[in-house]
Design a protein around this ligand. Structure first.
Ligand SMILES: *Cc1c(COP(=O)(O)O)cnc(C)c1O
Length: 383
């Protein structure tokens, strides 16, 4: 069966192609051109963020964050096992060791009540991720970090334009990391940003991003020679990508509104299944404002999930699951980490299914997907 309704599709929402044309026509196609500066400034203003630096991906921003935390071999970093590999790879590349903590069953975010007991004298940082654009319990996490002298790096890859209380995700920890990957709410194909909230880290962040040079300070006239100052890499995207991204950032609200409509439509059509406790849908605590990054449902178990994926596929609908918990991966196993008990991570990662969600998804398509899910459960009642 060919796929008729894709899981994700990139969308044009504004002046992306016009801006790309302008970036080509201008004389600056490499990083840190006029569109990079505009996009960074707009994100800083929009999110009341200290310093925003565009990067080639969220993975790159996380790697910069791990460098800025000055992590050394043997240092420990607290992280959920239920996350994308980049969250952990960023600091494993520095020789630091992941200490996995279980997730909350409601939001699937790191369970803040389990963090304190995972702290040892070697703990240096906490890398929480805001799953599905719903914030972690950041007040508790920041309080634990302050009392224990730890740095907090928010993996806000999925959390761009979502809030915790009145604050924008990515701006609460010492550092925050955004993704503009094709599958995220705001996208330029591959892209990201590092949000530097601790002003003490801003100078070094610019140097790391410029291959370890003070080029950025030099261009601003703050330094009289352009030279090698530190380690670093090429973390800045081409201005052509920044131009595309600018076209999306300008329409952040429009994107959030459309995703919210899709989300609400799924909720209302699937309500009978939720009432009968056949499935569970995302929970958004009152202190969180979601950006509707994802619509997922939780099936009864892994067998039911596989059957539902097959049922949707037979109807031409592509639905996907993630993540294979990091602690159970071959690589984590090879690190020989101590065994930890992560019951919610193991259970919920086996039950979670993501339904199609993207800007251009039509109401009819949403109805078709949701009705196909209803169909599947109708069939199961009859069994
Ligand atoms: C998408 C994602 C990333 C990686 O983002 P890239 O921009 O593709 O590098 C990292 N962490 C989480 C939680 C993500 O969802």
């Amino acid at each position: 069966m060919t796929i008729r309704i894709h899981f994700n599709k990139p969308a044009l929402v504004g002046s992306e192609l016009t801006y790309v044309g302008q970036a080509f026509a201008g004389k600056h196609a490499s990083s840190d051109g006029p569109f990079t500066k505009q996009a960074e400034a707009l994100l800083e203003k929009r999110f009341a963020a200290g310093r925003v630096l565009l990067t080639t991906s969220c993975t790159a921003a996380l790697e910069m964050a791990a460098l800025l935390c000055d992590l050394q071999p043997g240092d420990e970093v607290i992280v959920p096992s239920y996350t994308f590999v980049s969250t952990a790879n960023a600091f494993v590349l520095r020789g630091a060791t992941p200490v996995f903590v279980d997730i909350r069953p409601d939001t699937l975010n790191i369970d803040e009540r389990l963090i304190e007991q995972a702290i040892t004298p070697r703990t240096r940082a906490i890398f929480p991720i805001h799953y599905a654009g719903v914030a972690c319990e950041m007040d508790a996490i920041m309080d634990i970090a302050t009392r224990n002298g730890l740095l907090v790096v928010e993996d806000a890859a999925q959390g761009v334009s979502a809030r915790y209380k009145r604050r924008w995700l990515g701006t609460i920890g010492h550092l925050g990391c955004y993704s503009f990957h094709e599958t995220k709410n705001i996208s330029c194909g591959e892209g990201g940003a590092l949000v530097v909230n601790d002003p003490a880290l801003a100078y070094r962040a610019e140097i790391l991003r410029e291959k370890g040079t003070n080029r950025r300070q030099f261009m601003r006239g703050q330094s009289d020679k352009y030279t090698w100052c530190d380690v670093g890499s090429s973390y800045g995207p081409s201005d052509i990508l920044a131009a595309f991204l600018m076209g999306q950032i300008e329409h952040m609200e429009k994107i959030a509104i459309r995703r919210g409509e899709i989300f609400d439509r799924y909720v209302s059509i699937l309500a009978p299944l939720v009432e009968r406790s056949q499935i569970r849908i995302p929970v958004v605590p009152p202190e969180c404002t979601t950006n509707y990054h994802m619509f997922y449902l939780l099936t009864a178990d892994i067998e039911e999930r596989s059957a539902l994926i097959a049922h949707l596929a037979a109807a031409g609908i592509h639905a996907v699951f993630h993540y294979v918990p990091l602690h159970s991966s071959p690589f984590a196993q090879s690190l020989g980490l101590p065994q930890t008990d992560l019951p919610w991570t193991e259970e919920l990662s086996a039950r979670l299914l993501r339904l199609p969600m993207y800007f251009d998804l039509t109401d009819l398509e949403v109805e078709e997907v949701a009705n196909s899910v209803l169909d599947f459960y109708r069939g199961r009642c009859a069994q």
